[in-house]
Design a protein. Structure first.
Ligand code: CA2
Length: 151
């Protein structure tokens, strides 16, 4: 397994997890999600770098940084998923195994959430399993990293 961590990147409003809209996103906080991800990755011999930002530019800078410092990316880009060509381009340029993650099933929700602009720039998309979506993404990344499969 790689000596580099998996970057687990979180976009806008995910810092509110567990505090508002519990009926949609559940009661687990982002601190809890980080702990579950860290434990799950450790069981697979991997380390994680877990971050959240409300800024699109910062997410893009972290993806650029990941190109050299990470072995793969799991990204919940929040609402930027549906709007950001810049995130799509950054993920393409990173040339790393990458998985798009969502807590909710975006296809069961409002129509504007059905389209992901970043999906064509990642290996796969996992949505609808709550916190477990993140863990499934880490499991997928552990095999993608082992077989060195990029987007
Ligand atoms: O289901 C997901 O993980 C989403 O990426 C969450 C985004 C949403 O815009 C995407 O369509 C799907 C929203 C994240 C905001 O999370 C909140 C959590 C608690 C309270 C308010 C917002």
């Amino acid at each position: 397994m790689s000596s580099k961590p998996v970057y687990v990147l979180n976009g806008p409003n995910l810092n509110m997890l567990g505090q508002r809209e519990r009926e949609v996103y559940g009661s687990t906080t982002l601190v809890d999600v980080e702990k579950h991800c860290r434990d799950h990755a450790a069981e697979r011999g991997m380390a994680i770098e877990f971050r959240q930002t409300n800024s699109e530019g910062e997410l893009i800078s972290w993806i650029h940084e990941a190109r050299d410092k990470a072995c793969g990316i799991a990204i919940n880009a929040g609402a930027y998923t549906h709007t950001s060509v810049a995130l799509h381009d950054a993920l393409k340029a990173a040339e790393l195994p990458a998985v798009e993650v969502h807590l909710s099933n975006i296809h069961k929700r409002e129509e504007f959430r059905h389209k992901s602009l970043i999906a064509p720039a990642v290996n796969g998309v996992i949505c609808g399993f709550g916190v477990h979506s993140y863990l499934l993404a880490i499991t997928a990344l552990s095999s993608l990293v082992t077989s060195n499969k990029k987007v």
